[in-house]
Design a protein around this ligand. Structure first.
Ligand code: ATP
Length: 589
């Protein structure tokens, strides 16, 4: 059944005029009721100025210059006249309305526009590519304008240039669908769930219209259609978190990267961002990693993608990932800013929709389908009901370069709440962040073997501050960044004469190094900040019982302090002062 495009244009005009949300909903209800069921999806997309759901990368995308050319052609007027008018109106829609109303060429036979024709023409415009694309778009658009009424021309022009601006939110459309086809609150919830697991408002509308609520109830997760992400609430103490989660939870590292929802269908992998855009092209390396490490044939999995140091494999701050947000030069960026994936949920595996299963079941499915490696890991976790243990795990996460923890419910009802920010996930982040401005001089007390490009030399050094009170060296950080190739080549040679077979008696360390040294060599290091840490012994118990202090994101400045003896290194008391200074700085800011 054909629907005149004028019906849509009329509805747009009324929606544009209203200032009340309820009225807007009513107008939408009228529109969807009037729409033949078979094209309701298209009408829904059109009301939002789109042709497809956001995850489909196909936009009409007509530049203003091109729209002007099409209008000139359809109205028989000069481009310069149109440009002049556009300068005054500031709205290509209004200008089009005016010029179509005062056409030079009078058309004797006007074929009234149908929604189907408008949609199909837009679709052809969106797909036009290659050398003739611009001309093709102009003539397709001019063809529509030639048959359009002035009012229709206004909305056509606004749509193709991305200026429809009716501001119809997804939630408003869901309300309208529930009223038009569901009748009541129950319908609203069911329809919303269907939307949350498909992110496709058009498909939801079509199923509601054609099959009613029964159809909606049967709505399934589909590989290729992104599921709207579950989000976390936030609390700032481990006591409150445990209480809220019923005394026990799975606490996972909160990795500081970009969220990805990976859809695997055989060999084909699609990655969606937190906003559900298709970002597969930006991350060919992540695609490849998933292809090789997901055992299931079909799956929908969630991961945090984190920038890592290519030399040491350590996590880098989130900002470094921003270098991967680009259209060109992807290969080079991939080499300079490699990534690791930390998997944290499984929503669908080989025919099974897991979204309504409790988290422990989903996590088990995740563990079974991921073949872990250096670059693909399952989010580090503990299951705990102990405040102290949770607190220590939090500090460990911070020190390892994470933002904190995400604590997850393990109760029976711990389903995947698609599209909702709820209390089944609670994030635990620090309230402050500060910068270390001064360098410190630290003693090399141990080292870890390098891998990959660093095989044969050190991957990272274990560094310590000096505590004159008991004449010991207390570890404060593991540093693998800032070393040039030359440094790396000469380090093993330089340290050779200090190697000992076990931890030096004056070194106080919880961490087990691969190689131990006599405390002798001092290097200069700059870090991002000093944090509490349960695994480093520097100033243990001074600020907090059970915690030492650590330097986060340390970097060798290039200075070997050969002028300093180990005992001249920065003292633990100085580190405590620096830590307190940081806190003061935060309090003042
Ligand atoms: P934020 O800016 O704090 O990341 P957000 O609004 O993007 O907030 P939230 O739901 O509040 O998202 O916090 C959870 C976010 O943390 C997820 O979106 C995800 O990107 C990230 N994340 C990192 N590690 C995990 C994990 N183990 N489990 C769940 N989410 C994780």
């Amino acid at each position: 059944m054909q629907m005149p495009y004028s019906e849509i244009a009329d509805a747009y005009e009324k929606i544009e005029a209203t200032t009340k949300r309820l009225e807007m909903t009513d107008l939408l209800v009228d529109l969807v009721k009037k729409t033949p069921k078979g094209i309701i999806d298209k009408v829904v997309y059109l009301t939002q100025g789109k042709l497809y759901p956001d995850f489909v990368k196909l936009e009409i995308g007509v530049a203003e210059r091109l729209a002007i050319k099409a209008l000139a052609k359809a109205s028989g007027r000069k481009e310069s006249e149109i440009e002049e008018d556009l300068k005054k109106s500031g709205d290509i829609g209004e200008t089009a309305q005016k010029f179509i109303a005062n056409k030079r060429q009078v058309t004797f036979f006007r074929q009234p526009l149908t929604v189907q024709r408008v949609y199909e023409t837009f679709d052809k415009m969106a797909r036009a590519s290659g050398s003739g694309a611009v001309d093709a778009k102009i003539s397709l658009l001019a063809g529509l304008l030639a048959d359009a009424t002035p009012k229709e021309a206004k909305y056509i022009m606004r749509t193709v240039t991305g200026n429809l601006r009716l501001g119809i939110a997804d939630m408003t459309v869901l309300d309208a669908l529930a009223i038009a086809y569901g009748g009541g609150k129950e319908a609203r919830e069911l329809i919303e769930r269907a939307y949350n697991i498909s992110s496709d408002l058009g498909r939801v509308a079509r199923v509601v219209a054609e099959k009613g609520l029964d159809g909606v109830k049967k709505f399934q997760v589909v590989v290729g259609e992104p599921i709207r992400p579950m989000l976390a609430e936030r609390l700032s103490s481990p006591e409150e978190i445990l209480e809220k989660l019923g005394g026990k939870c799975i606490a996972e590292y909160k990795y500081d990267g970009e969220r990805m929802q990976a859809h695997k269908k055989g060999d084909e992998i699609t990655l969606f961002s937190r906003r559900l855009e298709n970002i597969s092209d930006q991350y060919p390396d992540a695609v490849e990693l998933l292809r090789n490490h997901v055992l299931a044939e079909d799956a929908i999995l969630e991961a945090e993608c984190v920038a890592i140091d290519p030399e040491t494999g350590e996590m880098r701050p989130f900002q470094e990932l921003m270098h991967r947000r680009r259209k060109y030069g992807i290969e080079k960026a991939m080499e300079e800013y490699p990534v690791s994936l930390f998997m944290f949920d499984a929503l669908y595996v080989d025919g099974k929709d897991l979204t309504l299963k409790p988290y422990p079941v989903r996590r088990k499915a995740l563990e079974e389908t991921i073949k872990e490696s250096e670059r693909v890991k399952i989010a580090k976790h503990i299951i705990t009901g102990d405040v102290k243990e949770l607190e220590n795990f939090f500090l460990e996460a911070i020190e390892d370069g994470c933002e904190g923890l995400v604590c997850k419910s393990i109760a029976e009802d711990s389903v995947y709440q698609a599209g909702a920010r709820g209390w089944l996930w609670i994030k635990y982040k620090r309230d402050y962040k500060s910068e270390m401005t001064d360098t410190v001089d630290l003693v090399v007390v141990g080292a870890f073997h390098g891998r990959g490009k660093r095989a044969g030399t050190f991957g990272a050094l274990l560094l310590a501050a000096y505590n004159p009170d008991n004449d010991t060296f207390e570890t404060i950080t593991k540093c693998g960044t800032g070393f040039t190739d030359e440094d790396l080549a000469k380090l093993p040679e330089m340290m050779k004469k200090h190697v000992i077979s076990h931890k030096h008696p004056r070194v106080n360390s919880i961490i087990e190094a691969d190689v131990w040294f006599e405390p002798a060599v001092v290097i200069e290091v700059l870090g991002a900040e000093i944090t509490l840490s349960p695994i480093h012994t520097c100033a243990m118990d001074t600020i907090r019982k059970g915690s030492g202090l650590a330097i986060r994101f340390p970097r060798f400045t290039g200075n070997y302090r050969l002028d300093k003896a180990a005992e001249d290194a920065t003292s633990t008391a100085e580190i405590v002062e620096m830590y307190r200074g940081q806190l003061k700085k935060i309090a003042e800011s």
